[in-house]
Design a binder for this molecule. Structure first.
Ligand code: NAD
Length: 259
């Protein structure tokens, strides 16, 4: 396999959690990184990534805002001649888990803006730039886009319905962009994390500890951000050249039906 040294990836939401796991895995594989996050990237985290001999650029933005998405694209164009990988990872959960019969419109709008509208329109802008630069890419390393969805794309969770809806839409977004961009040799994939140990799942730690302990997952442990990082590297390494629109479940086997 050719060393992808000096390829550049844009990752949203990589100051913490799963995004940070993806950033580390890509840094270990020689990718220069552009990180866009609404919370700052701690200097020690940036240094830890740079210790892998790569460049790390950080922009503090809220991807749900149109102006912020324009800023991200301008920032990327300033830092690199082309982008090889976009990982749409940034996302939020509900502020409060509650029965969908009680859910409010403001929470619905917020979830859709961050989890769907943000990545949808960022992908539109970035893919246009990838198309513009299409003659620059080597045949072995065509540009790629990876969307981080969730097991809630298909599993009913009535206490965070608007989150599930936003993630189900991200799954369709993967199919739509995979179809539209295939003619430009841009591959689009979806990763579906299961129960991953991050800030997002902290409020439900007791519930998920019990679920795993009671046999809810075939692979009986919490997922880690590094598990998602490895899946991103597997796709980014170009070992799936004849696939697009594929879903990779990284969930300890949660999606398997059992008798
Ligand atoms: P997290 O809360 O630990 O980290 C999310 C990161 O995204 C943070 O750094 C945050 O600042 C950033 N972010 C949030 N909103 C943003 C915005 N509007 N603009 C820019 N940055 C923003 O969450 P996580 O668990 O690491 O989740 C990462 C992704 O994985 C999300 O899309 C989430 O829906 C998805 N996911 C997580 C799990 C899980 O079990 N943790 C499972 C399935 C899917």
């Amino acid at each position: 396999m050719k060393n992808p040294l000096r390829n550049t990836a844009l990752i949203t939401g990589a100051s913490s959690g799963i995004g940070a796991g993806i950033a580390l895995a890509l840094a270990e594989h020689g990718y220069n990184l552009i990180i866009a996050d609404k919370q700052t990237l701690a200097p020690e985290k940036k240094e830890m990534l740079e210790n892998h001999g790569i460049e790390v650029h950080f922009i503090q933005v809220d991807i749900s805002k149109p102006i912020a998405r324009e800023q991200i694209v301008a920032f990327c164009k300033d830092k690199t001649t082309q982008l090889d990988l976009l990982v749409n990872n940034a996302g939020i959960s509900v502020d409060k888990r509650q029965d969908m019969l009680e859910g409010q419109e403001d929470s619905f709008d917020k979830l859709m803006n961050v989890n769907l509208k943000g990545p949808y329109f960022l992908t539109q802008s970035i893919s246009k730039w990838m198309i513009e630069k299409r003659n620059n890419y080597e045949e072995d390393y065509l540009p790629k886009i990876i969307n981080i969805a969730s097991l809630t794309s298909y599993a009913s969770s009535t206490y965070m319905a608007e989150y599930a809806l936003s993630k189900a839409a991200v799954s369709m977004m993967t199919k739509l962009y995979a179809d539209r961009l295939a003619e430009y040799s841009i591959q689009v994939f979806e990763i579906r994390p299961g129960i991953i140990e991050t800030e997002m799942t902290k409020p439900a730690k007791v519930k998920y500890d019990k679920f795993i302990h009671d046999g809810g997952l075939p692979i009986a442990r919490w997922g880690l951000p590094g598990d998602i990082g490895k899946a991103v590297v597997a796709i980014a390494s170009n070992l799936l050249p004849y696939s697009t629109g594929e879903v990779i479940n990284v969930d300890g086997g949660y999606h398997l039906r059992r008798l």
